[in-house]
Ligand binder design. Structure first.
Ligand code: AMP
Ligand code: MG
Length: 356
């Protein structure tokens, strides 16, 4: 399955649930204005829905956030020649260089999140992601996993976010393998940035859905936003959850980007401890107020798997998690279980202790 296709399917599954609700809104006497636009940016389909704002405001706000997305796409894309590429080249040399304001917040925030996740979320492993070939948009021409000796050579000098240091207005790296890849985090930051920008336009009810990962504010015609969580092993929705107010829902899954070789699936979420795709989870969904944290946490908890997710979720300050394990069992904390409604046959549920 190719990337764009799979992202499109996620996008559609979310759309179905929200449009059912908008039918409910039709019975009101005065229709509440709804603005919908979809754009392909940051490697995914982004759907913007704005409810209850006049058309002109919605359009102005949409144009403004398109600029935001384009800027972030161009600045943070890990493999194009841009600010991030320059930093990546310089970090590996060990030389001091001037701080890059466009990337600095990503680095400092992900240093904290990476530490909290015990290095499972590690945006410094871009070289390993590239070794696997997941830096390419199209995975069709990958025929085999990398050589194990290349993976082990990388792991012998595994870079960490803490290998990036700051000194007054300069920064430098202390590991020759550092290559920043914010693929597990940048989408969350972009969703936060654009939601905050919509709020500056006075918009109270909106949803920014970036390929199934989203942040919502307000409500949908007085009702919660109803969000579908994709089934990791079949078309369609696995479960639904209601969002009311300001919350983000992010999912990391092994079905999103992968290639097959000798009948085995190799997906894009790499366990920095082994150098291989993490094999304990099918998908992890995190609900959190902040999209960037939710994005980093979904990736980290996917790698943590059934045995370790509770410990990492607590350290990252996460309060709602659903982890579908590789054997199909569904692990949740009690607060998440209260919110989740399964749309498939009831799976085996493993409830954790409360996260707080
Ligand atoms: P996500 O879909 O948010 O879980 O992000 C997956 C993407 O993050 C991959 O396509 C890689 O670019 C990158 N990535 C893979 N493994 C890791 C990791 N352990 N920590 C941080 N980023 C990663
Ligand atoms: Mg992520």
């Amino acid at each position: 399955m190719n990337f764009i296709f799979s992202q499109t399917m996620r996008f559609i599954s979310i759309l179905v649930l929200t449009s059912l609700l908008s039918l409910g809104g039709c019975s009101r006497s005065k229709p509440i204005p709804e603005f919908h636009e979809t754009v392909f940016t940051m490697g995914t389909l982004v759907e913007v829905t704005i409810v209850g704002a006049d058309e002109k405001t919605a359009e102005q706000a949409y144009t403004a956030i398109l600029d935001d997305f384009n800027y972030m796409h161009n600045t943070w894309h890990p493999w194009q020649y841009n600010a991030l590429k320059r930093i990546n080249n310089l970090l590996q040399t060990g030389a001091k260089f001037s701080l890059a304001p466009s990337i600095l917040p990503l680095i400092t925030r992900s240093q904290v999140l990476s530490k909290q996740s015990q290095g499972l979320f590690n945006p410094a492993i871009g070289k390993l992601v590239k070794l696997w070939g997941f830096h390419q948009d199209n995975l069709d021409d990958i025929i085999a996993p990398p050589e194990d000796e290349d993976i082990q050579a990388f792991l012998n000098d595994l870079p960490q976010m803490s290998d990036i240091h700051f000194n007054n207005l300069t920064m430098y790296g202390t590991n020759k393998n550092i290559q920043l890849d914010f693929g597990a985090f940048a989408k969350g930051v972009a969703v936060d940035t654009t939601i905050e920008h919509l709020k500056e336009f006075g918009i109270k009810n909106a949803i920014i859905n970036a390929g199934g990962d989203l942040r919502a504010i307000g409500n949908h015609n007085g009702r919660p936003w109803r969000i579908g969580i994709r089934n990791p092993r079949a078309e369609g929705v696995f479960a639904a959850v209601d969002i009311f107010g300001d919350e983000s829902v992010f999912t990391s899954g092994d079905y999103e980007r992968y290639f097959e070789s000798d009948g085995k699936r190799y997906h894009h979420i790499i366990d920095p401890r082994t150098g291989y795709p993490a094999d304990k989870s099918r998908s992890v969904t995190v609900i959190h107020s902040n999209a960037a944290t939710a994005d980093a946490a979904a990736t980290a908890l996917f790698i943590a798997g059934p045995e370790k997710w509770v410990e990492i979720a607590k350290a990252m300050g996460i309060q709602y998690v659903m982890l579908i394990a590789s054997n199909g069992d569904v692990h949740m904390n009690p607060a998440m279980a209260k919110r989740i409604e399964f749309t498939v046959k009831q799976p085996t549920i493993k409830l954790s202790k409360p996260l707080k």
